[in-house]
Design a protein around this ligand. Structure first.
Ligand code: NAD
Ligand code: ZN
Length: 360
């Protein structure tokens, strides 16, 4: 048995209003006045002065608004890197991502691609990155994915949806300010929050489980149930707790793995562009067979918050399209091995996955 030696986020600040300390935190990291900080900001904040007036721009610093309507693509990373390189004489002092999982993943990937040759697609996989990334900071504005703590950045490339998993991927600095999540729309709060809940269920019920993952997974699960059974999105206590649940959920899967919902949701995302949070919910709703207790509570939480999920998204698909989704899902071998065990191929057949997708 060879144990993995993981890097972690080096610095973290937590608290309502801690975003105000951004300038103090990054100033010492400025290399020189020509080496800018690049702020990648979710375009949902365009015109929102409560947020943008606190972004500390000076010298040649640049703010780039990025849409989170679609999940990040390798080509989008390459374009951003190009845009940054042609606009500045010096290599940037750092990249600061402000947004949800989409923006955080883009910030991580851009910081890697500034110092590594070639295209982002060349680095999709495990431990392919050669040079350390530049200084990168993550500021989540919605809680659940765990992207703020993870060692991956999930990207859709020309031929696969796969992360850049590397020791250089984790942020150097994370700012956890739960107040930044106060205006998240209710449906999105639920979908991204459930990403965290599903991380816990898949980690805690997986064959890769160990005391490290269990300790984080149990805490995140406990927080999720407090938030989604008894709390709601507008109470500050729930906002604080969900931000910590996301962190713990991410820590839990760092040392274990996700499972069936994530494998199948990647298929939906690859073919139909279904986003991660809602895609996981659509799949998880049909996984009683694998996670009976988890799915039961999920349905209860869904009802509590009057969330209705899209139905029939696979109704008009043909066989070749089902095959594409099934290929993507089956390609994620560690997820199946974690969920089912070493002999998962005896249980998870193409027909079985097709029957499940047909229900969605
Ligand atoms: P997101 O970043 O896609 O954002 C969802 C929506 O919420 C967007 O419309 C966005 O504009 C909006 N939003 C974000 N913050 C807001 C705020 N404060 N107020 C109002 N609206 C706000 O959502 P997500 O669920 O956080 O991220 C999904 C992405 O994360 C996917 O691309 C997925 O692949 C990735 N992901 C990465 C990891 C990882 O470990 N790297 C893990 C899980 C998911
Ligand atoms: Zn997830």
């Amino acid at each position: 048995m060879k144990y993995k030696n993981y890097p972690m986020v080096s610095r973290i600040i937590f608290g309502r209003g801690s975003f105000n300390q951004l300038s103090d935190i990054i100033s010492p990291k400025r290399l020189n006045v020509k080496a800018p900080f690049i702020f990648l900001v979710d375009d949902v904040f365009k015109g929102n002065s409560w947020m943008t007036s606190r972004i500390p721009l000076s010298y040649a610093d640049q703010l780039i608004y990025v849409s989170a309507n679609e999940e990040p693509k390798t080509s989008q990373v390459d374009e951003l890197v190009e845009q940054i390189i042609v606009s500045h004489k010096d290599r940037p002092s750092g990249i600061i991502g402000i947004g949800g999982g989409t923006i955080l993943d883009l910030a991580k990937a851009v910081s890697i691609m500034i110092t590594n040759k070639g295209e982002a697609k060349d680095y999709q996989g495990w431990d392919l990155v050669k040079n350390p990334a530049i200084f990168h900071v993550g500021v989540p504005t919605i809680s659940g994915t765990g992207a703020e703590v993870s060692r991956t950045t999930v990207l859709t490339g020309p031929d696969k949806k796969l992360g850049i998993n590397s020791d250089y991927t984790p942020f150097d600095q994370v700012i956890l300010d739960p107040e930044l999540t106060k205006d998240v729309p209710k449906d999105q709060w639920f979908y991204t929050g459930m990403d965290c809940y599903i991380h816990c269920i898949e980690s805690l019920n997986g064959t890769y489980l160990n005391a490290f993952s269990k300790s984080y997974g149990e805490k995140a699960y406990e927080l999720c149930t407090e938030i989604f059974v008894n709390g709601n999105l507008s109470d500050q206590d729930s906002q604080d707790k969900l931000m910590m649940a996301s962190w713990h959920g991410g820590m839990s899967i760092a040392y274990s793995q996700v499972g069936v919902a994530h494998a199948m949701s990647y298929g939906l995302s690859y073919l139909l562009g279904t986003k991660h949070g809602i895609g996981n919910c659509i799949v998880f709703d049909h996984l009683e067979e694998f996670y009976p207790e988890g799915v039961k509570l999920f349905k209860q939480m869904k009802a509590n918050h009057q969330i209705s999920l899209p139905q029939g998204i696979c109704a008009d698909l043909d066989d070749s399209q089902f095959d594409i989704m099934i290929d993507v899902a089956l390609g994620l071998e560690p997820l199946w091995e974690n969920a089912i065990g070493k002999k998962w191929k005896q249980v998870i057949t193409r027909d079985k996955l097709k029957a499940l997708y047909q229900k969605m």
